[in-house]
Write a protein that binds this ligand. Structure first.
Ligand code: GTP
Ligand code: SPV
Ligand code: MN
Length: 608
């Protein structure tokens, strides 16, 4: 079958020929492409093969039409800046829907519509929307191409920027198509940038049909459908029925001086530190002793129990779509090294020499142009949008782990939950068992960030960092998590961290970044049984002496707040958690409510 024939003016007719000639497992795909073409009326259809020449042609075309601005070729070879529409700079949670036949399936954590209403609404938007445009068919694989944990999808889009990003973020093209042909199943993602009108924008999911329809945005998680739409919302739904977990987690390997590596998965909400932790460079003394962090993934983790009862994880993605602001040689040298070439930057500022620039890069250069393409004026707006990002292949990261390609995944020793909490929550604590760990995840709170449109800095419950991403009712999701605790399971220990505790002066009390390794070391020693802690009603807390703080200057206030807990304030927190669990009604597993009550009771007893 000559897929090349399907691009060009006769594409739709050629597609029809293909459909009759194709093997049965590709029939459904061809049929769908034809249906979409009939609805959206593109001028051309292009089947993406994922080749270098295709990427070069696409980026060349985008340079010509101004979608991509080439950066300084000496300092940033094969790299570009894309400026998105100023009303299209982040995920849109209020326009994101999960369409299940029963409303309770989607749960109070999702916006809901019936599948029939969802399709009707979206199909009306898609009607004729690709006239004058090319329809790109992107076959992709989430996860190593030969891994049993991986899943395939096909995104149809009219945005070449999306194609270029998907090429970096997923295993895209011929190999994915071959796997789809073999398996006969794939997630369907239909996307159009439409008019980029916030009033005509929806991100809809039909988990029962393994289908996504997204219209009116070209940005990140709204448009790169393999990422949040497939790998979290649809995949979480699949994972529930197939006995695995699809999570908003980084995966890292922590190698100790003895050369042993433990793998850690950590769920922090958007813009709360996953990329940074995944690429951490240990403090000087640790480096000398032989500690090393290996990066497997920075945003999404799929894991399932292996034969030995442990959880094995893969990173379904192949690239990073990372937050630019705050990335510096000091905070995240690995990220900075990764983005020196072959990178697409979105909504960052520019220096006078066409080099990318963002707040916090702190390298002595200064911005000339802001993310909207206007002369930089500090009084007007930041040079880089707070949610500006880089898209780069994971393999370009100096700490990239070869185990990322491991078809079986890596065994997870610890799961870490964490949020952005200016008050109350200590630096780290350990859950006493799996059920307590699930409650700790379910009760996660965090202040909102620029990764989604809406107010920033508002504290909300964001269970397991999945509030915007769980494709079904949270009550059922917590039950699913609890179900992993069964005979033969050797589950990871569960921890909670807070890098963002502030002092009375409003400044962060913990240095964070590389120094977070000190906390990871304690966790791994807890896993191995060689570090101390004190048991408290909220979990096991290290004393300052249990964590290596050599070279870290902490004030008395910092020590008290990072390593202590305020009983009265936690009693209130537990009340809040109880109220939150009750919002889910009788579907909420009783084990979590019993656990919440156990801790609330323990807090009352110790107050006497
Ligand atoms: P998404 O890609 O949106 O899922 O975000 P993420 O969780 O990967 O967050 P990322 O690592 O990009 O960090 C977001 C912001 O938090 C950046 O501005 C970082 O500089 C900042 N940050 C990350 N780690 C730390 C830390 O340990 N301490 C402090 N104070 N800030 C941090
Ligand atoms: C997030 O918001 O958690 C991200 C960026 O990782 S996006 O791809 O837009 O979802
Ligand atoms: Mn994310």
């Amino acid at each position: 079958m000559d897929r090349k024939r399907a691009s060009g003016p006769d594409a739709i007719r050629a597609g029809a020929d293909m459909a009759t000639a194709a093997s049965s497992s590709l029939d459904a795909l061809n049929q769908w492409v034809l249906e979409v073409a009939r609805l959206a009326q593109p001028d051309r259809i292009h089947w993406c093969d994922g080749s270098d020449s295709e990427f070069d042609a696409l980026t060349g075309q985008m340079e010509e039409d101004g979608t991509l601005l080439p950066l300084d070729a000496e300092t940033h070879p094969r790299s570009w800046l894309h400026r998105s529409h100023p009303d299209d700079v982040a995920r849109v949670e209020h326009l994101t829907y999960v369409c299940t036949s029963e409303r309770d399936e989607a749960g109070p954590n999702n916006h809901w519509m019936t599948p029939a209403d969802g399709h009707a609404r979206m199909d009306a938007l898609f009607e004729g929307c690709m006239r004058g445009r090319t329809l790109y068919v992107i076959p992709y694989c989430m996860g190593p191409i030969d891994s049993p944990l991986s899943r395939c999808g096909v995104e149809i889009t009219d945005s070449p920027y999306v194609v270029a990003n998907m090429r970096i973020m997923t295993r895209m093209g011929a190999a994915a198509l071959a796997r789809i042909e073999r398996e006969g199943t794939f997630v369907r993602g239909l996307h159009s940038i439409g008019e980029l009108d916030p009033e005509r924008r929806f991100i809809m999911h039909f988990p029962e049909e393994l289908t996504i329809k997204s219209y009116g945005s070209g940005y990140g998680g709204n448009a790169l459908l393999g990422k949040k739409c497939h790998a979290l919302r649809i995949a979480s739904h699949q994972a529930r029925t197939e006995g695995w977990l699809a999570e908003h987690m980084l995966i890292l390997g922590l190698e100790n001086p003895a050369g042993e590596t433990h793998y850690i998965a950590a769920a922090f909400p958007s813009a709360c530190g996953k990329t940074n932790l995944a690429m951490l460079i240990p403090p000087e003394g640790y480096r000398q002793d032989g500690w090393k962090v290996w990066t497997i993934g920075d945003d999404i983790c799929w894991m399932r129990p292996g034969k030995d009862g442990r959880l094995y994880a893969i990173n379904p993605e192949a690239g990073f779509f990372g937050v630019a602001p705050g990335t510096s040689a000091k905070s995240n040298p690995n990220a900075l090294a990764s983005v020196q070439r072959d990178t697409i930057f979105t909504n960052v500022g520019l220096t006078a020499n066409n080099q990318p620039w963002w707040e916090g890069i702190d390298d002595g250069r200064s911005p000339a142009t802001d993310w909207r393409g206007e002369p930089y004026d500090a009084g007007k707006r930041p040079a880089a949008h707070p949610n500006s990002r880089f898209t780069v292949s994971a393999a370009q990261c100096p700490s990239y782990s070869p185990r990322t390609e491991d078809a079986e995944g890596v065994p997870i020793s610890a799961i870490v939950f964490g949020g952005r909490r200016a008050s109350l929550v200590p630096l780290v604590f350990e859950a006493r068992d799996w059920t307590h760990g699930v409650l700790v995840g379910a009760a996660m709170g965090s202040e909102t960030t620029a990764a989604a449109t809406g107010a920033v800095g508002v504290m909300r419950r964001d269970p397991m960092a999945m509030k915007p991403f769980c494709g079904y009712n949270f009550a059922d999701y917590f039950s699913h998590w609890l179900s992993f605790d069964k005979d033969g399971a050797r589950l990871p220990k569960v921890f909670h961290v807070n890098w963002f505790r502030k002092g009375d002066d409003g400044k962060f009390l913990w240095p964070g970044f590389g120094d977070n390794l000190r906390v990871l070391e304690w966790m791994i020693k807890r896993v191995e049984g060689s570090a101390d802690a004190i048991d408290t009603p909220i979990g096991a807390l290290p004393r300052p002496g249990d964590i290596n703080l050599d070279g870290v200057a902490l004030t008395d206030e910092a020590r008290d707040k990072l390593f202590g807990f305020d009983r009265d304030a936690w009693r209130e927190e537990l009340d809040g958690i109880g109220t939150y669990l009750d919002e889910y009604g009788p579907r909420m597993p009783s084990a979590l409510k019993v656990e919440q009550q156990r801790i609330a009771d323990a807090l009352s007893r110790t107050s006497a």
